[in-house]
Write a protein that binds this ligand. Structure first.
Ligand code: SF4
Length: 419
């Protein structure tokens, strides 16, 4: 049928999967490899053995949220402790945010834990403890659950036939189909979601999705992919192009042969043969992280039990590191230097504690750099020894004295542990 005006043209054939025989072969090859090589992970065991659908969905959900910005190797231990402490949604809904932050401490991107717990409460209070049963409803009804997480939970826990696209899948699909346009652009992302839904295996959607992500994590890795061992190499156009030098099946024209193709590498940055398959995916240049300096003061005193104690205060309940505890800290203006920094910090501590803190009493300890996703943060660390009790104005922010051991068990960020 003729396309009506306004309907977007289908993407050029080199960038899609359209041959049913090829799609069938790719599914079989990928799943056979997954069955042979998949990593043994605690959430996979739960997803395969837990008979209750709500518990299964919860187990997958927790793993997906933890894995969002953190490596598998780091997540495993956190995941096991979490599931032991809160094996069900009901249990999690009853936990306090403080407990959640304590268990999450060190995993980074702390709002993830908080949102998970809020969502569990919502499922208990508004959905009668029942997890939504489709990707669409999961995304619509659960705070913090986006399109990817919803698709992962629904395909892995319920067997819903729906594709998923995460960073690993983006890389694999862009290589399989020589997609060299900016992979973070909406046009490319839409195209990849369509492709994932075309490819996903009809009878084992959860395994297929995990297989595609696993392939990206272990074989089709960013820098030096192991193409020789790849189970889908015969379907990979990037590899073919690397081996034969020209894109097929349009050998006499650059790239896919369609002038101004929205999925090919931009004309200004064509295929670079020294890069091989790592020509794909392409990303627009990253924004430079913001540079920030913060003064942090480790205040210590000899506690009544004789052990050294340190003062920590709680951050506001929203924003970066919401609700976590830290040493009293003060963001610094970029142009402050040396002695000025010390004076500003002393003023701040004096106003805040009511103690006659003078700049000369602050001992400079050193500087600590910590990279948050979008901030290059330098902590300028000072210490101050107090020889009496300090009462702080509780209206300003909650605070408490802790021993070193208690400090490590508190909900403190990795940055503060470095400090
Ligand atoms: Fe990735 Fe290489 Fe496999 Fe292509 S052949 S999907 S580039 S590992």
């Amino acid at each position: 049928a003729a396309l009506s005006a306004g309907t977007p043209a289908p993407p050029p054939t080199p960038h899609v999967f359209s041959d049913p025989a090829e799609i069938g072969a790719l599914r079989r090859n990928l799943l056979a490899w997954y069955d042979r090589c998949k990593r043994d992970l605690p959430w996979r065991t739960l997803a395969a053995t837990e008979p209750d659908a709500d518990r299964r969905a919860y187990a997958v959900w927790v793993s997906e949220i933890m894995l969002q910005q953190t490596q598998v190797a780091t997540v495993i231990d956190y995941y096991n402790r979490w599931m032991q402490k809160w094996p069900t949604l009901q249990a999690l809904a009853q936990a306090s945010l403080e407990e959640v932050n304590e268990l999450w401490a060190g995993l980074g991107y702390y709002s993830r834990g908080k949102r998970l717990q809020e969502a569990a409460k919502k499922v208990m209070s508004e959905l009668a403890g029942r997890m939504p049963r489709t990707a669409e409803d999961l995304q619509k009804l659960l705070p913090g659950v986006g399109r990817y997480t919803a698709g992962a939970i629904a395909s892995i826990s319920y067997g819903q036939v729906t594709g998923v696209v995460d960073g690993n899948v983006i890389r694999v699909l862009c290589r399989l189909r020589c997609i060299g346009a900016d992979s973070s652009s909406p046009a490319v992302i839409d195209q990849l979601w369509d492709m994932a839904s075309v490819l996903v295996d009809r009878s084992r959607p959860g395994d297929f999705n995990q297989a595609l992500m696993e392939l990206g994590a272990t074989v089709c890795v960013p820098k030096a992919p192991l193409c020789g061992e790849c189970p889908v190499k015969q379907h990979c156009r990037a590899r073919r192009r690397k081996l034969f030098g020209k894109p097929t099946p349009v050998p006499d024209v650059e790239d896919c042969g369609v002038g101004g193709c929205p999925l090919c590498p931009p004309a200004m940055e064509p295929w670079d043969s020294s890069l091989g398959v790592t020509n794909f995916p392409r990303k627009a240049a990253k924004k430079q992280p913001r540079v920030a300096r913060t003064a942090a003061c480790v205040m210590e005193r000899r506690g009544c039990r004789g052990a050294l104690e340190y003062l920590i205060v709680q951050r506001p309940s929203s924003g970066l590191l919401a609700g976590l505890w830290e040493f009293p800290s003060l963001p610094l203006d970029q142009d402050l230097q040396g002695e000025k920094e010390r004076e500003v910090l002393a003023d701040h501590l004096r106003a805040w504690t009511g103690w006659p803190v003078v700049a000369g009493g602050l001992r400079f300890v050193g500087e600590v750099v910590h990279i948050f996703s979008h901030i290059h943060q330098t902590y300028v660390v000072y210490s101050l020894t107090l020889d009496g009790d300090v009462t702080l104005d509780p209206a300003l922010s909650p605070s408490r004295w802790v021993t070193e051991e208690e400090f490590h068990a508190s909900a403190v960020s990795t940055a503060m542990k470095k400090v």
